[in-house]
Write a protein that binds this ligand. Structure first.
Ligand code: HEM
Length: 236
């Protein structure tokens, strides 16, 4: 039987570490994109004037790239960061038939035509695909970026591919990001996820409708905790 929800019912989705990781990633991506566009195209050259010109933009690009890598590595080792990243990667790798079904229906969802799909885990098929693309793309950007930064350390035959690969991955991720922004900010159904990226909580009804498997997992964990608390209280 489908549960009933009050408007105020909510469910915890993202820890502080996950939110800090997401927002630091988002901010560095935008800075890297802005300064990168200034380097790659004369069209954007006047815009980088606001940071002091192309030479300053080049330096900002390098500093933020290093900070991005450092923040990621630190996040892996501090608090629950590493556990969360491993859980996220495990979840993405466990891409099953139910995720595929969601992924196939996703284009309809995107344009507001809701179709029923099988119950999803913490991340649905579309989000798993987005995550996998982001991780692969970011790793490739970091590798090709450092190759261009230290060109004398890299054989010429490999280096010549680093330039188009870096620009290509940046543009691919930007296209995916535009869809991500539309879903998180404007899409009338999906934009409820945004609350979770600010205070950690999403509406329970939204969680049930979008991530039914995950919703029941969290609820059963809560029930086990409640039961344990009751038993401890009863033991005095
Ligand atoms: C203003 C900018 C952004 C907003 C408003 C935003 C919003 C969100 C929200 C609400 C979620 C949680 C979805 C859920 O509940 O599962 C999320 C997840 C995620 N975001 Fe962002 N985001 C932004 C920028 C970025 C950027 C720049 C990147 C990477 C380049 C990024 C990558 C991801 C990834 C990989 C996930 C997890 C998978 C997914 O939910 O698709 N986000 N974002």
């Amino acid at each position: 039987m489908e549960p009933t929800f009050k408007k105020s019912d909510k469910i915890f989705r993202f820890t502080v570490g996950e939110r800090v990781a997401h927002w630091s990633h988002a901010i560095s991506f935008f800075i890297l994109l802005f300064t990168g566009l200034g380097m790659i195209s004369m069209f954007f050259r006047p815009a980088v004037g606001i940071v002091g010109g192309i030479d300053v933009a080049r330096n900002i690009h390098r500093v933020v790239a290093v900070l991005f890598v450092v923040v990621f590595v630190v996040n892996l080792f501090i608090g629950e960061g590493g556990r969360n990243v491993r859980a996220w990667v495990r979840e993405i790798l466990a891409f099953d038939k139910k995720d595929l079904a969601h992924f196939m229906i996703f284009p309809f969802e995107f344009f507001g035509l809701h179709r029923p799909y099988p119950p999803q885990g913490k991340f649905n098929g579309g989000e798993k695909f987005n995550s996998a693309l982001m991780i692969t793309g970011m790793v490739c950007l970091v590798i090709t970026g450092f190759m261009m930064w230290f060109p004398t350390a890299i054989p010429r035959v490999i280096l010549q591919w680093a330039y188009p690969a870096h620009a290509g991955f940046a543009l691919l991720l930007t296209a995916v990001l535009l869809a991500h922004l539309y879903l998180s900010l404007l899409h009338p159904d999906s934009n409820q996820a945004l609350k979770g990226m600010f205070n950690g909580y999403v509406p329970a009804k939204f969680a049930y409708e979008h991530y039914e498997k995950w919703y029941y997992k969290v609820k059963s964990e809560e029930n086990v905790k409640e039961q344990a608390k009751r038993e401890i209280a009863a033991d005095g």
